[in-house]
Design a protein around this ligand. Structure first.
Ligand SMILES: [Zn+2]
Length: 341
């Protein structure tokens, strides 16, 4: 578990909104164990672990990008106006410290009126929350090109005995699971580790990656909503209750059944989450690629998604890693080939 936490701390400290995943990709290459790897024009990082020439390929996916912002305008007073890259909860932004990746790395504070002046408690729009970087308009324009990425600045911290809090647990937790598995797995088929780009802006990286490669089956690891104060229980899964196995039209039923049976047989903590249609994950692009791909989904329950302070339980990340490992070990080449037909 300590090893997983160390990788997670490293990956969450990297910055990478959609289209700017280079820092994350470099760190993954450093920490994984792959026989080869390459980037594509979309920014995807595809790492191979080829053990058997001619054997079918199982693809494991986790997206590298995090939600953040892009600078769209700088006014004469030096305030930066931002657009969200991915779904951002503006309630969590007032007073937040953000990092501006301009010509140099700058800190900025999301400005909002103090309550003595604002009166009232309406949720502000992002356009009402300009970023104060402590510069004049002229200095700001010279230092920050329009289009610069802006990210949350929070680093990984311990919360209670088992939980951690950070930006970008969505989905560096998934990247951590796959990277740590690359050092352990020994299976009779080839493994492709897709660290995909641009999930938060429409699962675009996975779409391109699956169009150009044809795995026998694909398993995606992502986060989903953990239990939170005030949110109906049926919409969330409790932190510490294990990994979440997805079921529904976006998931191949045989793979779901096999994941569930493997979890039961190996005593791996898990819950089931049903999706009526396309899941809000890379699977929505992956399943329909080419002639269709047999897909499955494991999720890690996470509180406060898309805020600077996401919270997850290390035991759920470990359970996800264990289930992927046991699931892959349970497959043989004939099952993998049969499910691809
Ligand atoms: Zn995600």
């Amino acid at each position: 578990m300590a090893h997983l936490r160390t990788i997670l701390e490293t990956f969450t400290a990297c910055h990478g909104i959609a289209g700017h995943e280079d820092e994350v990709a470099t760190s993954i290459i450093q920490h994984g164990d792959f026989t080869s790897y390459g980037r594509d024009a979309m920014g995807n990082l595809l790492c191979m672990k080829e053990t058997t020439p001619g054997a079918p390929t199982v693809l494991l996916d986790a997206h590298m990008d995090e939600v953040g912002f892009i600078v769209k305008y700088i006014d004469d007073d030096g305030y930066l106006y931002l657009d969200a890259v991915g779904g951002i909860d503006t309630k969590a932004l007032s007073g937040a410290c953000l990092l501006v990746h301009g010509n140099s790395l700058l800190r900025g504070i999301v400005s909002d009126m103090p309550p003595h002046i604002a009166h009232g408690s309406t949720v502000p729009e992002l356009g009402d929350l300009p970023l104060d970087i402590g510069m004049s308009g002229r200095e700001a324009r010279e230092t920050v090109p329009v289009g610069s990425p802006v990210t949350f600045s929070t680093r990984l911290r311990q919360v209670g005995q088992h939980k951690v809090c950070s930006k970008a647990l969505d989905n560096r937790a998934g990247c951590t699971v796959l990277c740590s598995l690359s050092r352990k797995l020994d299976v009779p088929f080839n493994l492709a580790f897709l660290f995909s780009s641009q999930e938060e802006v429409g699962t675009r990286g996975a779409y391109a990656a699956l169009t150009s490669s044809a795995p026998a089956l694909a398993l995606s690891i992502d986060t989903t909503h953990g239990d939170m104060y005030g949110v109906p229980r049926e919409k969330t899964r409790t932190l510490g209750s294990g990994t979440i196995i997805g079921v529904g039209a976006n998931i191949h039923h045989s793979l779901f059944s096999r994941l569930r049976e493997t979890a039961k047989n190996d005593g791996i903590a898990h819950t089931i989450k049903a999706y009526a249609g396309a899941t809000p994950t890379n699977l929505r692009s992956m399943q329909t690629a080419g002639r269709g791909v047999a897909t499955a989904l494991l999720s890690i329950p996470t509180r406060y998604l898309h805020t600077p302070a996401e919270v997850a339980d290390m035991r759920d990340i470990k359970a996800t890693q264990r289930l992927v490992s046991s699931f892959l070990s349970s497959l043989d080449e004939s099952y993998v080939e049969a499910i691809a037909c």
